[in-house]
Design a protein around this ligand. Structure first.
Ligand code: GDP
Ligand code: MG
Length: 177
């Protein structure tokens, strides 16, 4: 098959999920292209971006899907979640509401995605510490209660972005290999 021809051992699909404007698209460009833009752009057309990494001497292609402005409740279709092995559930640490909505998104992930999907809760924009509205402790507690990995990131300053994606990909690898 084509993946084997390209020398790939694995292709893992990940999905980005969470309220609008929390930084999903910027996390994706930071991870796949080491790029960031302060100007919010609507995600149009492109459904996913990829990045190939090595885990345990194996070639793993991460195929990361981004919502194209479907962040309204229940607008994300089950096709988006189909085959996803990992999910990055993103909120904005300066927007309490985006954190409150995390439980709603979690319900949606759990009703559409594979039972064994690896989910990481991500508190993005941690560079905006002075505007913080969601405490690290509250988020940690929620993640622990719901059995999620948790990390605070900044797509702007590149903090923990690669670490977060690699943690999810490694965990998926650990399970499927
Ligand atoms: P999306 O709707 O979830 O895809 O959000 P975007 O990725 O389009 O980002 C929304 C806005 O937040 C844009 O203006 C980004 O530049 C900004 N943004 C994204 N990530 C960060 C971050 O880590 N820190 C700061 N300060 N701004 C960010
Ligand atoms: Mg976007």
């Amino acid at each position: 098959n084509l993946d084997a021809q390209q020398g790939l051992d694995y292709v893992f699909k990940l999905v980005l999920i969470g309220d609008s404007a929390v930084g999903k698209s910027q996390l994706l460009s930071r991870f796949t292209r080491n790029d960031f833009s302060l100007v919010a752009k609507a995600t149009i057309g492109v459904e996913f971006q990829t990045k190939t990494i090595m885990i345990d001497h194996k070639t793993v292609k991460a195929q990361v899907w981004d919502t194209a402005g479907q962040e309204r409740y229940r607008a994300v279709t089950s096709a988006y979640y189909r085959g996803a092995l990992g999910a990055m559930l993103v909120y904005d640490i300066t927007k309490q509401q985006s954190f409150e909505h995390a439980s709603r998104w979690l319900k949606e992930i759990r009703s559409h995605a594979d039972r064994n999907i690896i989910i990481m809760l991500i508190g993005n924009k941690c560079d905006l510490g002075t505007l913080r509205a969601v405490s690290t402790e509250d988020a940690k507690q929620f993640a622990q209660d719901e059995n999620l990995f948790f990390m605070e990131t900044s797509a702007l300053e590149s903090t923990n972005v690669e670490t977060a994606f690699l943690m999810v990909l490694s965990e998926i690898y650990r399970i499927v290999s």
